[in-house]
Write a protein that binds this ligand. Structure first.
Ligand code: CAA
Length: 258
C-alpha cells in the first residue's frame, strides 16, 4: 500500500513507518494522521507483524501539528470535528509493541506522538519540546499529561510554560527516552531492538505492554493485581511451555505466538 505522507517497509516480523513530509519537517496534518491510523490498523490486523518502528527524518521526527492547516480553524471546527481525538490517538491504542526512533525535532504534536509509543530511542541530535505556548495554545495531544508522568511536574511545567526544548541527553536523564544513540546509528539500533521484541511471543509482549501501561491508569495495588492476573493467564499459553522447556533443554525458544 502506498501512502502520500508515509514510507513503509516490512522486514520479517518488523514494520518501519517513516513520516515523510520533508517540506514541512513532517508537520502532522490530517492526511498524515489518517494514513498513520490506516497503516497501524493494517499492522495490528496482520498476524505476521510483531513490532513496529515509527521514525521521521534525520532533521525532524515531526515539528508538531501542522500550524498552517490549524491557524484558521474555529472553535466549532475543532469541537465538532473532534480535532486530535478523531485521528491522532491510534499510536496510543496500538496493541502491539511500537518503538519511536527520534532524530532531530520532536516538537509539540511530534513529541506527543513519540510519547504515545512504547519507548523512545533518541538520536544524539534529537530535540524534544512543547512549544505550543509560543503559538498562543497549549499541548493538545497529551503533552501536559504524558510528559508530566514521564519527566515529573517541574520539568514538564517548565517545558510547557516556556517552550524550552531539551536535547537528547537531558531527555534521557529525565526518563523521557530509553537511551541515546549516535545519529547515524539510530535506525540500526531501532531495528535491532524491534527484532529482539519481535523474536518474543506476540501475545506475551502485548500483555506485557498492557500491564506496563496500566501503571499509568491505576493504583499500585490494582496495578499489581492486574499484572498478577495476566501473569497467571500466561500459563495457559503454548509459548510459556515452550519458553521454559527451551531454557531447561538449553536451546533457543521457538515461539508459536499462541
Ligand atoms: N506546521 C507547519 N509547517 C511547519 C511546521 C509546523 N508545525 N514546522 C515547520 N514547518 C515548515 C515551515 O513553515 C517551513 O516551511 P516553508 O519552507 O514553507 O516556510 C519548513 O517547515 C521548514 O521549517 P523552518 O524554515 O522553520 O526550519 P528551521 O530549521 O528554521 O526551524 C523549527 C525548525 C524550529 C522546527 C521550526 O520550523 C518551528 O519552530 N516549527 C514549529 C514548531 C512548533 O511550534 N510545533 C508545535 C505545533 S502546535 C501542536 O503541535 C499542537 C498540538 O499539541 C497537537
Amino acid at each position: 500500500m502506498a501512502y502520500a505522507t508515509l514510507l513503509t517497509e516490512v522486514e520479517g516480523a518488523v514494520a518501519l513507518i517513516t513520516l515523510n513530509r520533508p517540506e514541512a519537517l513532517n508537520a502532522l496534518n490530517d492526511q498524515l494522521m489518517n494514513e498513520l491510523t490506516e497503516v497501524l490498523d493494517s499492522y495490528e490486523a496482520d498476524p505476521e507483524i510483531r513490532c513496529v518502528i515509527l521514525t521521521g527524518s534525520t532533521r525532524a521526527f515531526a515539528a508538531g501539528a501542522d500550524i498552517k492547516a490549524m491557524r484558521t480553524q474555529s472553535y466549532m471546527d475543532a469541537y465538532m470535528g473532534d480535532f486530535i481525538t478523531r485521528n491522532w490517538e491510534r499510536a496510543a491504542t496500538f496493541r502491539k509493541p511500537i518503538i519511536a526512533a527520534v532524530a532531530g525535532y520532536a516538537l509539540g504534536g511530534g513529541c506527543e506522538l513519540a510519547m504515545m509509543c512504547d519507548f523512545i530511542i533518541a538520536a544524539e541530535n534529537a530535540q524534544f519540546g512543547q512549544p505550543e505556548i509560543t503559538l498562543g495554545v497549549m499541548p493538545g495531544a497529551g503533552g501536559t499529561q504524558r510528559l508530566t508522568r514521564f519527566v515529573g511536574k517541574s520539568k514538564a511545567m517548565e517545558m510547557c510554560l516556556t517552550g524550552r526544548r531539551i536535547a537528547a541527553e537531558e531527555a534521557e536523564r529525565c526518563g523521557l527516552v530509553s537511551r541515546v544513540v549516535a545519529t547515524d546509528q539510530l535506525l540500526t539500533e531501532a531495528w535491532e531492538a524491534a527484532r529482539k521484541v519481535a523474536s518474543m511471543s506476540l501475545p506475551i509482549t502485548m500483555m506485557t505492554k498492557e500491564s506496563v501501561n496500566a501503571a499509568y491508569e491505576t493504583s499500585l495495588s490494582q496495578g499489581v493485581m492486574f499484572e498478577r492476573r495476566l501473569f497467571h493467564s500466561m500459563f495457559a499459553t503454548a509459548d510459556q511451555k515452550e519458553g521454559m522447556a527451551a531454557f531447561v533443554e538449553k536451546r533457543p525458544a521457538a515461539f508459536r505466538h499462541e
